[in-house]
Design a binder for this molecule. Structure first.
Ligand code: FES
Ligand SMILES: [Fe+2]
Length: 387
């Protein structure tokens, strides 16, 4: 056991959400989605990042990203959450050919009465954002000078991204989360909770995990005097160590579409890519890929985005029904977590005002790493003692 690394106010106080906006969401690479969401010229989807409307848009061969705010009076290029459109503002028609600089103003003389100035953009443009595509994944970065992608993700991860190949058809759902986004990011790094929270839903497909549970005996404790546990290593972990791969043996049998898709990742494993800060990406036997994104909207709410994508098809088939049923079962598992996490949120909010001692287990090292980074690098607070 260890003395807890986290402070409950990290999960409910807007002060910390603001530091996260500055030092995480507007600084680091964020997984935006799968390339198959923007297959054709003009396809786009929106990603809301701390209130900023970010558009990921395919223009010709290129996938670009920009803040969807027109430099005229704040109009938008896209009025929906996803669709197909030209890079033209929907309020008064200003055009931004490559999703960057202003290239056309309809009824230009209404805007500029000086002939000499009429054909000049004077540097007006959308705010372009850095994009990095690898395998079927699109990443965006909101910083002016983004850090190198390799500084955030290790070689093994980047290699697996590449090996995922292309994605074909996909489905995307969004719903509201009514707790702090970090509870989800930490929960997916919590290797023990599936045994308790997802007992039914996981037992048949993850036999190794269930076996470990059945063999590990309950330790009966004697009640002893209050005593401090050791503290977790207080140094701030390297950013690159916060994202990693976790493999679990998977036994799902075979499915009717197995021979119709290019299964380029292992067939007998649930391959989980935990991507700091806010993404959980996984391959289920190479059969399908899922991406969960936790996008904060306040200190205590977030948008949950779930995307399921099929790998490249060897033989074309209509996968809509299949994707819907996969999404439904994924959603069921997500709801199992949310029942608990909502209560955890209530407790952390209550305890932020009071003195209460939390404790963490040795198995929680990846979660404690996550928390130490938040505490040290994001909030820049020295580790404190809560007693
Ligand atoms: S707000 Fe975009 S053209 Fe007017
Ligand atoms: Fe879970």
């Amino acid at each position: 056991m260890k003395e807890a690394v986290f402070e409950p106010q990290w999960y409910c106080d807007p002060h910390y959400a603001e530091l996260e906006r500055k030092n995480v969401f507007e600084k680091l690479w964020l997984a935006a989605g799968f390339t198959s969401a923007v297959k054709n010229n003009g396809d786009y989807f929106v990603l809301m990042i701390h209130g900023q409307r970010v558009l990921v848009h395919r223009l010709g061969k290129e996938i670009v990203a920009y803040v969807d705010a027109c430099p005229h009076r704040g109009g938008v290029i896209a009025t929906a959450e996803m669709g197909n459109t030209r890079p033209v503002c929907k309020y008064h028609g200003w055009a931004f050919r490559d999703g960057r600089g202003l290239t056309g103003v309809p009824m230009g003389s209404q805007f500029e009465s000086d002939d000499a100035m009429r054909d000049r953009s004077c540097g007006r443009s959308l705010k372009p954002l850095a994009v990095h595509c690898v395998g079927p994944l699109i990443f965006v970065n909101l910083a002016d000078n983004p850090l190198p992608f390799e500084e955030q993700f290790n070689d093994e991860l980047i290699d697996v991204f590449g090996r995922m190949g292309e994605t074909s058809t996909m489905i995307q759902l969004s719903f509201k989360g009514d707790f702090n986004w970090k509870l989800n990011a930490e929960n997916v790094r919590d290797s023990l909770h599936p045994l308790f929270v997802h007992t039914e839903s996981f037992s048949s497909v993850l036999p190794d995990v269930t076996d470990a549970y059945n063999q590990d005996r309950i330790v009966r404790l004697q009640q002893t005097e209050q005593q401090d546990y050791a503290r977790y290593d207080p140094s701030v972990p390297a950013l690159r160590d916060l994202s990693y791969i976790w493999r679990t043996y998977l036994d799902e049998g075979s499915y009717w579409y197995d021979s119709m898709v290019q299964r380029s990742l292992p067939h007998d494993c649930f391959l989980n890519m935990l991507l700091f800060p806010n993404t959980n990406l996984y391959s289920v036997g190479g059969r399908y890929y899922a991406m969960q994104q936790y996008l904060p909207t306040s200190a205590t709410t977030f948008d949950y985005r779930l995307s399921i994508a099929m790998p490249q098809m060897l033989q074309r088939f209509d996968a809509q029904g299949l994707l819907t049923s996969i999404a439904r079962s994924e959603r069921y598992v997500i709801d199992e977590d949310s029942v608990i996490l909502r209560r955890v949120q209530q407790n952390l909010t209550a305890m932020a005002q009071r003195r209460f001692r939390f404790t963490q287990g040795d198995y929680e090292t990846p979660i404690m790493q996550f928390m130490r980074y938040m505490g040290g690098a994001v909030y820049q607070e020295p580790p404190t003692c809560q007693a």
